[in-house]
Design a protein around this ligand. Sequence first.
Ligand SMILES: *[C@@H]1O[C@H](CO)[C@@H](O)[C@H](O)[C@H]1NC(C)=O
Length: 551
Amino acid sequence: MLIAVPPVIFLGYYFNAGFVGFFSHFVYPFHLFLSRVLLFSLAPTAITCFTRGLDLRKGIEDVLCPADCPLWQFYVFGDGVYASLSSICGAAIHRGVITSAGGAVRVQALPGQENYPAVNANGIQSQVLTRWASSFSVTGRWITLFCKRPKKPLDKKAGNKDCKADIAFLIDGSYNIGQRRFNLQKNFVGKVAVMLGIGTEGPHVGVVQASEHPKIEFYLKNFTAAKEVLFAIKELGFRGGNSNTGKALKHTAQKFFSLENGARKGIPKIIVVFLDGWPSDDLEEAGIVAREFGVNVFIVSVAKPTTEELGMVQDIGFVDKAVCRNNGFFSYQMPTWFGTTKYVKPLVQKLCSHEQMFCSKTCYNSVNIAFLIDGSSSVGDNNFRLVLEFVSNVAKAFEISDIGSKIAAVQFTYDQRTEFSFTDYNTKEEVLSAIRNIRYMSGGTATGDAITFTTRNVFGPVKDGANKNFLFVLTDGQSYDDVRGPAAAAQKAGITVFSVGVAWAPLDDLKDMASEPRESHTFFTREFTGLEQLVPDIIRGICKDFLDSKQ
Ligand SMILES: *[C@@H]1O[C@H](CO)[C@@H](O)[C@H](O)[C@H]1NC(C)=O
């Protein structure tokens, strides 16, 4: 770099400095100019979705963000000036410097600030932070121009591969809409379905009709060609009745997306609710159920209630309660069913914004859970079986797959043995069978060492992944070594620690190991037979932490 500065670098400089820089560079102090040039690196460094500002060393650095970073995973603090613990790529998307297609970003280190504001921009909600030691800013790089991916031609049968989604259209079949507008609705839904680019590798759609009782008209697997779907929509008959949208939404979230009915693993689940006027029933519970099932709910509402009608609407905030996230993205207004053609494309664009589907991630499909199992002599054979049963019962609640949740187990005495790691098994059956096959070690108790071992060897390889990490320390007694230091280190590494004690496990140790708030992360039972009763609270605890971390 020092010896031969290729011309592209100067070009980069001009782009950055703009016209003023271009025309005034003769008067620009040469040493400053050189120092700016020298700070550039020719090729941007490839970073991951999760690389943070503080991971970079230089004052100014050009980096390359990968495509398709999961937006809901980003931690971003501030707006314009970002705290250095923010994700660089997250900040760059937030700032509008790049899109989710990735690209080159210039990162400039800045001093710390007193306050970092929270701002929602470009699909990312940044968070508030007070007083942080260092910051950074992001700007665009001209190289981005050359990194655009060429457009692929559309393969009809495969469909639009860039729009992977499993979509249920929940159409309004109530007396509110009536036969005539029902037909206009069918027309609109048909146009949306065609524009989506339905195909074997693209979006799949099904239809549910909401009226008095919900009716699943066809499932995702019934048709994988746009023509067939269009035909099936044309054939739909109007059912009539009250507009029990809440009931229909709940039914669809629970019943529509099973694997047998054609839902695909790892693909966002979407319900698009079409609503003429307002629902006769409540949407709040249905909205909660949909979120638990990882469904992204959109509400397309047509014909808002008039001022005279407002008194008849039982809950005026029904849209906010039903949608996946109340950030404006998931609701869509159309004034009438007439002349809706111009509303087709914007809706399709929303449904195809893979990275905006925040609600696809749930506490069931996006966690890594490691169990650290006490195999000391005091436990005994029979109780050890009960511990394994407890581990199985917790593991059973999660959706284990290569792209979903993962389970690992380590047994410890003075020694540690990785029974299986996060990457060993990709199905629930395999994990449950591996738990059954754990052989009791018997020996002393060194819980601290075991935590350190697990943090390093079991969580080490997955710590930069998308899942949230949990460690369960199961013990029946006093540890011979210090547990506080190792537990604090595990928490610092981003692992939420739950302690589960039985019999002689000292409550102080359990509390000291557990993550904050300690009370809700500490469990205790006098008898091993009491472990089973803890399972529901533990699963709820994981889900609570997961949802809190997404706020
Ligand atoms: C959809 O598929 C299911 C199961 O294969 C079948 O029972 C049902 O009749 C199909 N529906 C339509 C509308 O073709």
